[in-house]
Design a protein around this ligand. Structure first.
Ligand code: 13P
Length: 251
């Protein structure tokens, strides 16, 4: 059985004070959650403050990006060691916004994944096709190539520690959600690729999150799909009440 995992990706939102207020509320509502795994991804500037609040709860902390080197002359970058030091357990890698605006490539994501894993951080690896690619009938081809390139060279021990997030670019922040059927189709396709490369035994236990306009209103149907193991939530995670409703989708 796969334990569903819900992430709140705050992106470039919330000042330190706002982060503290939000996460205090989150802790009250979800601090002892056991049925599912919950992680919050504040901006770098809020990591330490958020960590101080959630450290005695079951809510995990993650960052939205990192560089692969340990330290040195890389102005503007943050290393996996620094994330660990700030209390992170997770790191989002290869988000489509990083690919789109900051030129991230699959090869770079691959290096980052390896660096994160070597320190025991759990990478949340994002893949997903654009609208143009879907309309051209290339969604599966694009996602397959991202999965294979991002995960190239990982061994069984490494692969089983990952979380994959399928985030169709056309559904991010647009209110246009993939139908549960479309999402399930791609999740099952991704699991198939993983199983082919790393074996059924390991990959049937790997978690694949859906991301893109997830709201309290649509999470229930998504979670009914056999290969959807949680969600990576952007906009709706900024409002703690909505995020809590998403996490408690069964109630
Ligand atoms: P939205 O939930 O705002 O569509 O964002 C999804 C996302 O990018 C999560 O990483």
């Amino acid at each position: 059985m796969r334990k569903p995992v819900f992430g709140g990706n705050w992106k470039m939102n919330k000042m330190v004070k706002e982060s503290i207020e939000a996460v205090k509320q989150l802790k009250e509502e979800l601090g002892d959650v056991e049925r599912v795994e919950v992680a919050i991804f504040p901006p770098f500037t809020s990591l330490w403050a958020v960590k101080k609040i959630i450290e005695d709860s079951r809510i995990g902390l993650g960052a939205q990006n990192m560089y692969w080197e340990e330290k040195g002359a890389y102005t503007g970058e943050v290393s996996p060691h620094m994330l660990l030091d700030a209390g992170c357990k997770y790191v989002i890698l290869g988000h489509s916004e990083r690919r789109q605006y900051f030129g991230e490539t699959d090869a770079g994501v691959n290096r980052k994944i390896k660096a994160a894993l070597s320190l025991g951080l759990t990478p949340v690896v994002c893949v997903g096709e654009s609208l143009k690619e879907r309309e051209a009938g290339r969604a599966e081809e694009v996602v397959e190539s991202q999965v294979k390139k991002c995960l190239e060279g990982l061994d069984l021990q490494q692969i089983k520690k990952l979380i994959i997030a399928y985030e169709p670019v056309w559904a991010i922040g647009t209110g246009k959600i993939a139908t549960p059927h479309q999402a399930q189709e791609m999740h099952s396709f991704i699991r198939g690729i993983l199983e082919e490369l790393w074996g059924k035994k390991i990959c049937s236990s790997m978690r694949i999150q859906y991301g893109g306009s997830v709201k309290p209103e649509n999470i229930k149907e998504l979670m009914k799909q056999p290969d959807i193991d949680g969600a990576l939530v952007g906009g709706a995670s900024l409002i703690i009440n909505s995020f809590v409703k998403i996490v408690k989708y069964e109630e």
